[in-house]
Design a protein around this ligand. Structure first.
Ligand code: PLP
Length: 283
């Protein structure tokens, strides 16, 4: 397979970046992950909107015009014959002699690669997953999609021992989000609840697509904070991300959710989101 590194397509085994790159030294970098189904990018405009926003927040220039990024993503998909999986993009501030401060003229580094992955109809989608709860120990600007992911690496590792496929993080008594996903619960009254976007969480692209399709189906949505105790009493729960779509959650911190299997509203949202994704892939 090939990867993209600063304007060149190279074999993955030959893809290299400098040890002086600020992404490596300081985590001074932004990333995005877009899903691919049937060789087509899903929700890619939303991911590129967020890439632009994250870079702007850190004062890193866009490494290429947006339309050229899309051409590059499509080239990687075609050359790697990717039918289903993800395209990963990372933009770092660039490479120079190590110093906390950076030159204003620094040229960003831009790398991308594909990963083959089954995204539809996985065991997790069919049966649901368990999630564990951990303290949210991240920095304060979680709305910026940086590669400083050590808290999330530790969170996932911490809950894996008890058979959990994801960690939901808790701050000041409220669930913020998953380590790499957005958290949703469905109340006994059938309302879909997720935390409003703020600096405390990453504004999920799949979250946005799911909320828009839920609204179009007259499903009731409440964007508000919720506690672990409220989540334990939910009748259904699920999480969303570009690489896991809509995944049912059947247990939270050892508390069985509803009947302990994916519920009807989650199933409906899964179906609606998949239809939306497949319609994009057919376009
Ligand atoms: N929240 C966090 C912390 C994430 O890392 C991710 C994805 O990686 C998400 C939410 C879900 O975002 P998206 O739906 O755009 O993939």
């Amino acid at each position: 397979r090939i990867a993209y590194v600063n304007g060149s397509y190279v074999l993955e085994s030959e893809a290299r970046i400098s040890v002086f790159d600020r992404g490596f030294l300081f985590g001074d970098s932004i990333y995005e992950v877009s899903a691919v189904i049937g060789g087509h990018l899903i929700d890619n405009d939303l991911h590129l909107d967020r890439l632009e926003r994250s870079l702007r927040e850190l004062d890193i220039p866009m490494p290429l015009p947006r339309n050229e990024i899309v051409v590059m993503q499509r080239t990687l998909i075609a050359r790697n014959e990717l039918d289903e999986g993800v395209v990963y993009l990372q933009v770092t501030r660039g490479s120079e002699d190590r110093n906390f401060d950076y030159s204003d003229t620094l040229k960003p580094s831009f790398v991308a690669f594909t990963q083959k992955k089954t995204l539809q109809d996985t065991a997790a989608h069919r049966d649901g997953i368990k999630v564990g709860l951990v303290d949210d120990t991240r920095w304060v600007r979680r709305d910026i999609k940086t590669t400083m992911l050590l808290s999330q690496v530790q969170a996932k590792r911490q809950v894996k021992a008890s058979g959990c496929g994801e960690a939901w993080m808790v701050q000041d008594g409220f669930i913020t989000e998953g380590a790499s996903s957005t958290a949703f619960i469905i109340t006994q009254a059938g309302k879909i609840v997720t935390r409003p976007n703020s600096r405390v969480t990453l504004p999920g692209c799949t979250r946005l697509a799911v909320l828009q399709s839920a609204a179009s189906q007259n499903l009731q949505v409440e964007e508000r904070l919720f506690t672990p105790d409220e989540a334990y009493l939910a009748c259904e729960a699920f999480l969303t991300s570009a690489s896991s779509f809509v995944t049912p959650v059947v247990e939270i911190a050892g508390h069985r959710i509803g009947e302990g299997r994916p519920g009807p509203i989650t199933r409906r949202i899964q179906r609606i989101y998949l239809e939306l994704a497949l319609s994009q892939s057919a376009a």
